[in-house]
Design a protein around this ligand. Structure first.
Ligand code: FE
Length: 194
């Protein structure tokens, strides 16, 4: 199975799971985030990062009610680890940093905090709360932090019940363009190891 087939299969199989306390599914949330990135004229790697930013939620096996049970699955790390060999760090890093970007935005932008949904405020606590001001400087020294912040703002808006947006197949050209040259070997090795 190719990497892109595996991604489509994952969203077909597990994308109908609810998006933690929001009125949209995981797949709807992913597609709305990608659509906002595309509408905002983001470059293809950032559109792909937006589409796949929560893939860690579909890869982990902790169950849909983890946040309710007070568990942080560190889905951003699970997702980034899976994405790196397939797409490289310019896509996996914004994904890895998208939770820290929420904590960062809450520290520097009071309007952003005020717009968080109740479920997002709840998960913020589990994820370490608002970032300390001294840590915001550290965050800004990481590669791809600006992309993570852009992604995070779309992430927060991508929770509109019933919104019609393009399907996942719409992003096949961007996904193909962003694949690492040896990505198919990486996916074969990952399958062989597991
Ligand atoms: Fe998200």
């Amino acid at each position: 199975m190719t990497t892109i087939d595996a991604i489509f299969a994952l969203y077909a199989d597990r994308g109908s799971a609810s998006y933690f306390g929001e009125a949209v599914t995981q797949a709807e949330h992913a597609l709305q985030t990608a659509h906002l990135a595309e509408t905002d004229k983001a470059p293809p790697p950032l559109i792909v990062a937006a589409l796949l930013h929560d893939i860690g939620h579909l890869l982990h096996t902790a169950g849909e009610d983890v946040a309710k049970r007070g568990v942080d699955t560190r889905h951003e790390r699970i997702g980034a680890r899976w994405l790196t060999p397939h797409f490289g760090r310019h896509i996996s890093e914004p994904v890895r940093l998208h939770v820290a970007a929420k904590r960062y935005l809450c520290a520097i932008d009071p309007d952003y905090f005020a717009r968080l949904s109740p479920a997002s405020v709840k998960s913020l606590e589990l994820q370490g709360g608002v970032m300390r001001f001294s840590d915001t400087r550290q965050f800004e020294r990481q590669d791809h932090w600006r992309e993570a912040v852009r992604l995070r703002r779309w992430d927060e808006e991508a929770k509109v019940p019933g919104l019609i947006v393009p399907p996942i197949e719409h992003y096949q050209p961007q996904l193909e363009a962003c694949l690492q040259p040896d990505a198919e070997n990486a996916s074969e090795n990952a399958t062989r190891r597991s």
